[in-house]
Design a protein around this ligand. Structure first.
Ligand SMILES: Cc1ncc(COP(=O)(O)O)c(C=O)c1O
Length: 415
């Protein structure tokens, strides 16, 4: 019976720790901390931490990865309609950042590793292409040798999208430091999370000066948004353990209906419309939570890699196609392919296990209006097929080996 089993999640604030919860409660419930929600020393402390961690000249924090990406593109001073090459297997907010910067997304197919397919990139590149966004999906480095030499040969600026890959190395060098700008996300499902936040890192002084100028013009995040980000912690901490009893699920649905916590993607974003609270400054309270999480970064990565290895060794069902094994990836999620992911998602739910669906559509999530994203079916056929088949398994710091065994058992039984 599901009610007697501990719920297992893939999303739903997977990296939430007791320290995060305590800090969020301090900011929420101690009135003398209220003036520090939005302003304080922590955004600058996070920037210094990022400079030190990546060994880069400059780091800039923002309210989200999507805002960071928007400013990275703005800093290039491109012409309206210039083209940005991106993989289609991505989140809608990436496409929005490009469009809102006045640029045109050009969709490139993916390879079996869920990263850019270099052959398709060659076909899609035109004389108007100016930027290549290299996404390291699920924590696996893209084929940087080929991609960087392609970008150099074609005078393309490079942004590395490291939303999934904080801490991943390629040839012993941290991802995010290979291109002109590296972009990071600290959203709720990421390697290190503070519910919402993002950053840019760069060694290019001219780009840094432009980004700084843009960052200085930003307004503070609203009080309501900061409140909704902070409440995320007590709400998820209270409802997750009792989710399988039904009451947790109900409480979470009610809190969502009452707008007590933030949404990851808003309906307007799914049809390409801007929301009025992005972009904004990174709130001090969230920066404080993030700053204190850096201590566990190495532990998080080792744990993710250990859990991924367990899946890899123990899933022995020919109906489940496993990703190619690599020690290079930090395995933010372990993504398998199945012919009918809906069936497996449903079977897992009956066992109290909620598996992940990144990305279940070319340009995710599935209810995105592809027309508004200027995506035409057939442009990236491999992605379209993969998106119908992929399913992610959790690797986060809160999942233990016993729980992993429950998932493996379920997958091995799948027929
Ligand atoms: C690949 C990728 N890039 C960028 C982003 C944007 O990050 P954020 O949610 O912090 O805006 C996401 C969001 O999930 C993402 O999946």
């Amino acid at each position: 019976m599901k009610v007697f089993k501990k719920p297992i999640f893939t999303g739903f604030a997977p990296n939430l720790t007791l320290t995060d919860l305590k800090l969020a409660c301090v900011f929420l419930f101690l009135p003398w901390y209220w003036p520090k929600w939005r302003k304080g020393e922590y955004p600058a402390k996070v920037e210094n931490k990022l400079k030190e961690y990546f060994g880069v000249e400059k780091a800039f924090v923002f309210d989200s990865g999507r805002s960071a990406l928007y400013f990275a593109l703005k800093s290039f001073n491109l012409k309206e309609g210039d083209e940005v090459l991106i993989q289609t297997f991505t989140c809608v907010v990436v496409v929005n950042a490009i469009k809102w910067a006045g640029l045109k997304p050009i969709y490139v197919d993916i390879g079996r590793d869920f990263n850019l397919d270099v052959e398709d990139l060659r076909k899609k590149n035109t004389t108007k292409s100016r930027v290549l966004i290299i996404q390291h999906t699920f924590g696996k480095p893209a084929d940087l040798n080929k991609l960087i030499s392609f970008a150099k040969d074609n005078n393309l600026l490079i942004i590395e999208d490291c939303a999934h890959s904080l801490g991943t190395k390629f040839n012993d060098q941290l991802l995010g430091t290979f291109g002109d700008i590296g972009m990071l996300s600290f959203g709720s499902d990421k390697v290190l999370s503070c519910v919402r936040g993002g950053a840019l890192i760069t060694n290019n002084k001219n780009l840094a000066a432009k980004i700084k100028e843009l960052q200085n013009q930003l307004l503070d995040s609203t009080k309501l948004k900061t409140f909704q980000h902070l409440t995320h912690y007590p709400i998820f901490a209270a409802t997750k353990p009792i989710y399988n009893w039904g009451v947790g699920k109900l409480m979470l649905a009610l809190a969502k209906k009452l707008n007590l916590f933030n949404k990851i993607i808003y309906s307007k974003e799914k049809i390409g419309l801007p929301v009025n609270f992005y972009p904004a400054k990174f709130p001090n309270a969230l920066a404080s939570i993030l700053y204190h999480k850096f201590i566990i970064l190495d532990e998080v990565i080792k744990h993710q890699q250990k859990i991924a290895a367990l899946y890899h060794e123990s899933i022995v069902n020919s109906k489940i196609i496993k990703p190619e094994w690599t020690t290079e990836s930090i395995w933010l999620r372990y993504t398998v392919l199945v012919t009918n992911p809906q069936k497996l998602l449903h079977l897992a739910k009956r066992e109290g296990i909620i598996l992940g669906n990144w990305y279940n559509s070319p340009i995710a999530p599935a209810d995105v209006n592809l027309k508004k994203m200027d995506y035409q079916i057939g442009v990236c056929p491999h992605d379209e097929k993969i998106a119908l088949r992929c399913l992610n398994l959790p690797t986060d710091i809160n999942i233990n080996e016993q729980e992993v065994k429950r998932i493996i058992e379920l997958l091995n039984k799948y027929a």
